[in-house]
Ligand binder design. Structure first.
Ligand code: BGC
Length: 431
């Protein structure tokens, strides 16, 4: 036996050595495969988590899958992306940014300023982006003259979405100003439904507020008050009417509005439990996903009194500097996003309109056709203006400061007079 033991031990140690070698080999193979996989994969941070949004994102995932590019999803729920920005900050601080990030307006500039953006100039030149992406977007897709982001779409926020049956019952006449809007909301109330479906979170309060600013003051006032943050415009009589109208609108909300996500409010209108929702056209993505048709089941109209102007926001995928091994997949993703066929396939699902000016409206529904026509008109008239709540009017600090006052006022924590005093003060402090 004693003679066998060393042999046995020898066998064991040989086996262990063999297992060790095999494991090392396997690890090596895994590592190589991992590296190959990483080269063909994009990690994407976004906040497209509602049904309609996820369906639209799927169009991109499938497009990339066909090209053999893997998708690592990093969804961070929360409309307008404020939670997503916190998640992004953590990743960038840790020196490990995702490949591509959904970003809006001034946030693109802030991140680019930190020197973490990839350079898309070669691709943009090859594909002629300069000629087809509207100037208003390029102003944010480029930093210091260099392309850093691929614009996906153009959304706009000054829309009102109506349940068609409730609207017909209320007389079927589209309101053209705030007074007519209040009359229609009264008619919805009389039907025993929630008149205005609203979710009480700052970005949604701001989305409603900016539409009211445009309606009450018109485009020149919007420019002065929101784009220039002029203290006189922010505290004068026109702004007083805006805040008074906001207080009045609040009386048409249901008691459960506080904190509600936008898509749940859309669902109330879809189900006929509410008459109307003021929201950007991503809301249409929910209607379409519920198999509803514009003109038959729902009405899309410009927020009363804002026809002729467009408050825009455009989703853009900013590409982060993630090193050469991921660059090929990253560039393929950017190229896929600007592909005209993708622009149609994605935007017909998402509710937005193309980020390129050379795409026919043929494949789009009536709301999008209107969106594209309005956009062209506003762009030529100089009434295409950035949305505050969605990052295209002011840098984050000023935007947050303004939304804070708007939300506090809407929730009755500030009187109109106090809000008029606080708004310019908050802006000045944030600048
Ligand atoms: C984005 C949209 C998105 C919406 C709600 C906006 O800021 O631009 O793409 O659908 O937020 O999540």
């Amino acid at each position: 036996m004693s003679g066998e033991e060393p042999g046995f031990e020898g066998d064991i140690s040989m086996t262990i050595r063999l297992i060790g070698k095999l494991a090392a080999g396997a690890a090596m193979i895994a590592l190589t495969a991992g590296a190959a996989k990483a080269a063909e994969q994009v990690e994407v941070l976004h906040w497209w988590t509602s049904g309609g949004e996820a369906a639209a994102l799927n169009v991109l995932k499938e497009n990339l899958a066909k090209q053999g590019i893997g998708w690592k999803d990093m969804p961070v729920a929360g409309g307008a992306g404020s939670a997503a920005m916190t998640a992004l900050r953590a990743r960038v601080t840790a020196g490990d940014p995702p490949t591509a990030v959904q970003l809006l307006g001034f946030d693109l500039r802030d991140w680019s300023e930190m020197g973490v953006a990839a350079n898309l100039d070669d691709l943009a030149a090859k594909e002629g982006w300069d000629k087809v992406i509207p100037e208003a977007l390029q102003a944010f897709s480029k930093y210091d003259g260099h392309w850093v982001a691929a614009p996906v779409n153009i959304h706009s926020t000054n829309w009102l979405w109506l349940n068609k049956a409730a609207f017909d019952k209320a007389g079927g006449k589209q309101p053209t100003n705030m007074d007519e809007l209040f009359t229609m909301l009264d008619a919805f109330k009389a039907q025993g439904i929630t008149a205005l479906a609203h979710g009480g979170v700052p970005w949604q309060d701001g989305t409603l507020w900016e539409a009211v600013v445009l309606s009450v003051g018109g485009p020149d006032f919007y420019k002065k008050a929101v784009l220039d943050a002029d203290p006189t415009a922010l505290s004068g009589d026109t702004m007083k009417k805006v805040f008074d109208d906001m207080s009045k609108l609040r009386t048409y909300f249901d008691p459960n509005f506080s904190g509600r996500e936008w898509n749940l409010s859309t669902a109330l209108v879809i189900e006929g439990k509410a008459g109307a929702q003021e929201m950007g056209d991503w809301s249409k993505g929910e209607w379409l996903r519920a198999k509803k048709t514009p003109g038959t089941d729902f009405v899309c109209m410009r927020f009363p009194g804002t026809q002729g102007s467009v408050l825009f926001n455009a989703d853009q995928f900013m590409m982060f500097d993630v090193g050469d091994e991921q660059k090929a997949a990253q560039m393929k993703m950017a190229s896929a996003v600007e592909d005209p066929a993708f622009q149609i396939a994605f935007n017909t699902v998402k509710g937005s309109v193309p980020a390129r000016t050379d795409i026919s409206d043929e494949k789009f529904d009536d709301c999008a056709k209107k969106g594209m026509k309005d956009l062209a008109e506003a762009s030529s008239k100089g009434t295409l203006m950035g949305s505050l709540a969605h990052g295209y009017a002011q840098p984050a600090a000023v935007k947050e400061a303004m939304l804070d006052v708007i939300t506090q006022h809407l929730n009755g924590q500030l009187t109109t007079d106090a809000a008029l005093k606080r708004l310019p003060e908050a802006v000045a402090a944030a600048k």
